[in-house]
Design a protein. Structure first.
Length: 245
């Protein structure tokens, strides 16, 4: 029997990369899944697509109300929506970029967690997509690093507040995963984005989706607090071995 038969899941960032792969994986394992993103047309059709902008409180409220009604309660929330903007020294940072990164990665994730928590059934699970950037800083990524340290702080603070309640919480912290992440980070500059994945075997979104699946399929008395997963050729966010080409 599929491991998530009878469960329901909400996945943010379901239009691309890790969120899309996670939505597909949870659905493959039998869960009924609602996926949210702004580009609703890109959400895999095997899940229920709903429009969501995590930076917009009204959009989040509407999305969660619709998702909870569609699913009749939520067992799993995966907060995968997120982004980075630029790889520059902090001196180059702008008010607009700072706001976008923190609103999306931090406020958006916190907002979605608060709204979904009200519908989370006993035995439920919240999975946050952190990053190795939230564990060790690297150069020219100050806002992204800041946002992911905040995600890890929030995950552990919530772990404290949830203690005694039958709700699990996990941060999955990946290293290099080949997705549209770099295309977004470099504002559509394909050549620079592609270089990030050249000369190294990066992880694929499905590798991370399997980590999420592992976390949410442990026995009820087990909480996987954190999963840190990197490409083999990577020891930190800033250190990646690349072959000459
Ligand atoms: P991706 O392919 O660019 O996907 C990002 C997703 O986030 C998209 O579905 C996007 O959907 C969604 N998103 C962005 N802003 C949003 C908003 N305001 N409202 C709703 N959805 C929004 O990147 P990814 O690599 O899969 O990233 C997923 C998560 O993994 C992020 O939190 C990222 O920080 C984390 N992560 C990635 C890596 C990596 O190497 N790729 C490593 C560590 C952690 P729309 O644009 O359609 O709204």
């Amino acid at each position: 029997m599929p491991s998530l038969e009878g469960k329901s899941a909400v996945v943010t960032g379901a239009s691309s990369g890790i969120g899309a792969a996670t939505a597909l994986t949870l659905a493959r394992e039998g869960a009924r899944v609602v996926g949210g993103a702004r580009r609703v047309d890109r959400i895999p059709r095997t899940v229920t697509p709903l429009e969501l902008d995590v930076t917009d409180p009204e959009s989040c409220e509407r999305f969660v109300a619709q998702a909870a009604e569609e699913l009749g309660g939520i067992d799993i929330l995966v907060n995968a929506a997120g982004l980075a903007l630029g790889r520059d020294l902090f001196d180059e940072s702008t008010e607009a970029d700072e706001r976008t990164v923190l609103e999306t990665n931090v406020n958006g994730l916190i907002r979605m967690t608060r709204l979904c928590l009200a519908h989370l059934r006993d035995g439920g699970h919240i999975v946050n997509l952190g990053s190795v950037a939230g564990r060790q800083a690297y150069e020219k990524g100050s806002l992204y690093v800041t946002s992911k340290f905040a995600v890890r702080g929030f995950t552990y603070a919530l772990r404290e507040d949830l203690l005694g309640r039958p709700i699990h919480i996990t941060t999955v912290d990946p290293g290099l995963v080949e997705t549209d992440f770099s295309r977004v980070r470099f504002r559509g500059d394909e050549e620079t984005a592609n270089k990030v994945y050249q000369g190294v075997e990066a992880m694929q979104p499905e590798d991370i989706a399997e980590c999420v699946l592992f976390a949410v399929t442990r026995p009820p008395h087990v909480n996987v607090d954190e999963l840190v997963v990197k490409a083999l050729a990577q020891s930190s966010g800033g250190r990646i071995l690349r072959s000459e080409s």
